[in-house]
Design a protein around this ligand. Structure first.
Ligand code: URA
Length: 204
């Protein structure tokens, strides 16, 4: 399984914070037909936030509102995420937010493995351009793809992992918090831990 920290691809020529490379990458996503989701998407959802941020949040896939607006986390789950962000001084000037998939799976079903395989290269390139020091996976699907395939969100949320130079953790997906508000106490602790790690690394 590919994940975003694999280095065996052909993009060694990326320049630091290169505007041109960001543009090439978003153009490649705009024109992407690697999987069937290109037929049902309204917009690709590339990412939002600061391209010089050192903290990256990675969700699963766009939902209906995101597909309509072309931006990640703008629907109900996004509004809840905004509250956690605000509470811990994260904002679109100090974080970057993207998803495993750039296109919406119909009816918000889980992204399947082949769709993830088709799309993960774009996220890998975004990560190479951004060079985050911290990656926060939003939910199980993202954690299984980015941290480890057998990640168990209920027992492993809030734990820290280090891959190369990047610290990684996972928090409950905001949609899971909407479905089960009892998880919100854990989410607060996990966001606090992200805030502390960011402070420890001098990122905030
Ligand atoms: N859920 C996600 O995982 N990503 C979004 O952008 C919106 C909802």
């Amino acid at each position: 399984m590919n994940n975003i920290t694999n280095d065996n691809n052909d993009n060694d020529d990326i320049e630091e914070n290169g505007e041109e490379q960001w543009k090439e990458l978003s153009d490649a996503c705009l024109n992407c037909k690697k999987c069937g989701l290109c037929k049902t998407r309204t917009n690709i959802v590339f990412g939002k936030g600061s391209r010089s941020a050192k903290i990256m949040f990675i969700g699963e896939a766009p939902g209906e509102s995101e597909d309509r607006e072309g931006l990640p986390f703008v629907g109900r789950a996004g509004k809840l995420l905004d509250k956690y962000m605000y509470n811990f001084d994260f904002n679109l000037e100090n974080v970057y937010i993207a998803n495993i998939l750039k296109c919406r799976p119909p009816n918000n079903r889980d992204p399947d493995e082949s769709e993830q395989d088709s799309c993960i290269g774009y996220l890998r390139l975004q990560t190479k351009l951004l060079k985050p020091k911290i990656i926060v996976c939003l939910g199980r699907i993202s954690a299984m793809r980015i941290i480890k395939p057998d990640f168990k969100i209920t027992s492993e949320h809030g734990k820290w992992y280090k891959k190369g130079e990047i610290y990684m953790t996972a928090v409950y997906h905001p949609s899971a918090l909407l479905r089960d508000p009892a998880k919100k106490a854990d989410a607060l602790l996990d966001f606090r831990s992200v805030r502390e790690k960011a402070a420890e690394l001098g990122l905030l």
